[in-house]
Design a protein around this ligand. Structure first.
Ligand code: GLN
Ligand code: ZN
Length: 770
């Protein structure tokens, strides 16, 4: 019997019940018992949904009050000193939320006054963010949190057969950060391992048979000492109870294949969606006692699985493995929306192409059943349906647009090349723009006030006519322009009042995108995102921003900057197609944006910013794949930027600063000006630009927009002087770190007054005495 199992289920609930309960709890509107009841209800519902879908072995441990990595930190007692109230008492739910969100504004009784939250960062190459464990050199570990055991009891009381899920010791250490002093995290391994022993023993006492140990770092380029540590760790854990399934996902094992295959555990899970090539070679490497779990249903996208194609693999594996075959999604379903059935308004054709977590479980179950009992009811129908879906997609005019494909095929190298080199362009731009030294600007958005949100909502609900809505937005633009003029900024923006989100706003206007109503995925804590879905070839039916920008320009004699989102960011923050490569989708997006840039130029706009906030996060997990990605990603940007004259200045913005690995590609994008985040690192991170001798202009963010704090003028002058030591002063711009949409007007104005004053001080010779 091939067994159907799941690696993890989304915890948010199909109506984002968890988010609503968390937020009510934080506001003091729901008590702890109420919050716990919501969690319990969600877990019960989710187990039942998976079981009903046909999953044999259900995951436990995938539920978290905020984040699964944080849950592990509590489990191991990795609670930084600042959250300990001095004592050794066990952490509480208050501790957990304080670690996640910082102690200020956390729930009622103020745990750990003023302690800042743990750092958050991206979970591998997903858009999920986890809380980074903090380790000290003298770190001790002690079982401090019983959630996993309680949930196992809870599931068993409901009659379920469960498989607890834990993050493996190496991955857990890898994800953390060494704090205070230089030491090697790996030195903590020997101290951490006994905790896994204790956990497995307790689970065994609860009559658990299998445990899933997630070690996704096995798909990364691992240093040799980490590889060695894998062997050491699992040799030690071998003597502990439970059958162990090591789960890898988000990529292929590649050079770690024999390491993973030879670990003394009872099974190995492979992601055959991301890395189909690992099959079948893995079969020859695995000892014959081991279970092989094949991840064949994509846990990271919304498309239905091509069951027949997957079934070829399952059949082949079943012949070789028999009982030792398990079938699963590629990774935890944490990264897919919950339940397609909720989408009552989606058109039938589109709906027939999609699968969310519940439906993906059913797909996994069908694949297992198709080899266990090929004649079982439902199997044949499911396969026929899958075949029909693939056929309808292959022929659908909604997906395949000859005009877009022809245009793509006609792209020439010179289309991705500005007319002249930067030196010539910048001379013409300077002559035309007539800006002072250290020109000041902002990165695009101004505060999204409650009245803006209300207007957008009323418009969507039909309570506001299109004309009324336009007038409301124009009035916001007037307000933004007026303030910028008063502040004395040099390059103005229209403020993005009309945009709900930098991707969705454009996706809604492009042909080839579709939208769900309930396709929410957890981003972090209570924050969920509902990515737009790329369904077919992408094109721009008409201009998207020209009216707003030209309206804004008509209000001022200063230069107005057009504001667009770049192709890589559009792609990275959407659910992409699976039938064509990311590269092709990026190129289609690039052509659409290129047309917009050209239209803006024709409408008299002299300066256009193309945001690529997600450029760096698109980097593949394996270094060997970077080159290819960077090639197409930079080409896509240049394709957007190269339809215009030399005189038109192209800006880009990236809201982070780790450029060391990609600086050459950033330069290859050949934007005339790039604005980046640097204020929090005290301009240290300009080092990459200095070392590489980045040739174009740079606006290193001089203040952190993530906090309401108003930075003083002198502080910004200091930062700019530091920047001027690394980048020639004539190539420096002055701007905040990122968009101001999450800020309020008073602090925004106060900060910008100081920023403009700082730029003026530098103009009057300040940079020279740096
Ligand atoms: N132009 C966008 C803004 O200012 C950029 C946002 C971003 O990079 N995240 O809001
Ligand atoms: Zn930004």
């Amino acid at each position: 019997m091939a067994l159907a199992h799941n690696l993890g289920f989304p915890r948010i609930g199909r109506d984002r019940e968890l988010k609503k309960a968390q937020e009510a709890f934080w506001k003091g509107e729901l008590d702890e018992a109420g919050l716990r009841a919501v969690g319990k209800h969600l877990r019960a519902t989710h187990w039942q949904a998976q079981k009903d879908a046909g999953i044999d072995l259900l995951p436990v441990g995938d539920f978290a009050w905020y984040d699964q990595v944080l849950t592990h930190s509590l489990t191991f007692g990795v609670v930084p000193e600042r959250f300990r109230h001095g004592g050794e008492a066990k952490p509480t739910l208050q501790t957990l939320f304080a670690m996640a969100r910082g102690a200020v504004g956390s729930h009622g009784d103020s745990c750990c006054d003023g302690a800042h939250a743990q750092e958050m960062t991206k979970w591998f190459d997903t858009n999920y963010h986890y809380l980074v464990p903090e380790f000290t050199a003298d770190q001790r570990f002690a079982l401090s949190w019983d959630q996993l055991f309680e949930e196992v009891d809870e599931a068993r009381a409901l009659g379920h057969t469960v498989k607890p899920v834990v993050i493996g010791p190496l991955t857990y250490l890898w994800l953390g950060k060494a704090k205070g002093g230089d030491f090697d995290k790996l030195d903590l391994l020997e101290r951490l391992l006994p905790l896994y022993g204790q956990i497995f023993q307790r689970l065994a006492a609860q009559s658990v048979e299998w445990v899933q140990i997630d070690e996704p770092i096995l798909v990364l380029d691992l240093p040799q000492d980490w590889k060695n540590a894998f062997e050491r760790a699992y040799n030690l854990l071998q003597s502990e109870p439970l059958k162990k399934l090591v789960a890898t996902y988000f990529g292929g094992l590649e050079d770690n294949l024999s390491l993973a295959a030879s670990l003394p555990v009872d099974g190995l899970h492979l992601d055959l969606v991301r890395a189909p090539d690992q099959y079948p070679s893995i079969l020859d490497r695995l000892p014959t006692y081991k279970i092989v779990s094949l991840g064949l249903v994509n846990g990271r996208n919304v498309w239905r699985c091509d069951l027949e194609k997957a079934l070829d693999v399952v059949r082949h594996a079943h012949e070789r493995l028999g009982e030792r075959l398990w079938v699963a999604p590629s990774c935890s379903l944490l990264h897919s929306p919950v339940d397609l059935e909720r989408e009552v308004q989606l058109d039938a054709e589109l709906k027939s192409w999609l699968a969310f977590a519940v439906q993906k479980c059913a797909e996994v179950a069908v694949l297992a059943r198709a080899v266990n009992q090929p004649d079982a009811p439902g199997v044949r129908a499911a396969l026929e349906q899958s075949r029909a879906v693939q056929a309808s997609r292959a022929a659908s005019p909604r997906i395949h647009k000859p005009a877009v494909q022809d245009r793509l095929a006609a792209i020439q190298a010179r289309d991705a090349q500005r007319q002249s080199a930067f030196a010539q362009r910048i001379a013409k731009q300077r002559a035309g723009l007539n800006l002072p030294a250290f020109p000041t600007t902002t990165t695009g958005s101004f505060p999204q006030t409650p009245s803006i949100r209300l207007a957008r909502q009323s418009f969507k609900q039909g309570k506001l006519s299109a004309a009324e809505y336009t007038e409301a937005m124009q009035s916001e633009i007037r307000h933004a322009v007026q303030i910028q003029e008063q502040l004395g900024l040099d390059v103005l923006v229209h403020g993005e009042a009309e945009r709900n989100d930098m991707v969705e706003y454009f996706a809604e206007q492009l042909d080839g995108y579709v939208f769900t109503r309930f396709g929410w995925v957890q981003s972090y804590g209570s924050r969920c995102v509902k990515p737009a879905v790329i369904v077919g070839d992408l094109s721009r039916p008409k201009a998207m921003t020209v009216e707003w920008i030209t309206y804004a320009q008509s209000l001022t004699r200063k230069v107005m900057k057009g504001m667009l989102t770049g192709p890589v960011t559009m792609l990275m923050w959407s659910f992409p197609r699976e039938d064509v490569s990311r590269e092709v989708q990026a190129r289609q997006l690039a052509l659409a944006i290129r047309d917009e840039v050209v239209d803006l130029e024709a409408a008299g706009i002299k300066l256009v910013q193309i945001d690529e906030a997600a450029f760096r996060e698109g980097l593949p997990l394996r270094r060997s794949a970077w080159g290819h990605y960077l090639d197409w990603a930079t080409e896509a940007f240049r394709l957007c930027a190269s339809g215009v004259r030399d005189e038109t200045q192209i800006h880009t913005h990236m809201c982070y600063s780790e450029f060391n690995d990609v600086i050459e590609s950033i330069a290859a994008m050949d934007a005339d000006v790039i604005t980046i985040e640097t204020s929090r690192s005290d301009m240290e991170l300009l080092e990459a630009f200095e070392r590489f001798e980045y040739p174009n202009e740079i606006g290193p963010g001089v203040y952190d927009i993530h906090s309401p704090r108003v930075p003083g003028k002198d502080e910004m002058v200091n930062l700019l002087r530091k920047a001027a030591r690394r980048i020639p002063a004539e190539r420096l711009w002055v701007n905040p770190d990122c968009g101001l949409k999450t800020r309020a007007w008073p602090e925004t104005e106060a900060a910008l007054v100081n920023m403009v004053a700082a730029a003026r001080e530098l103009r009057s010779g300040g940079a020279a005495n740096a």
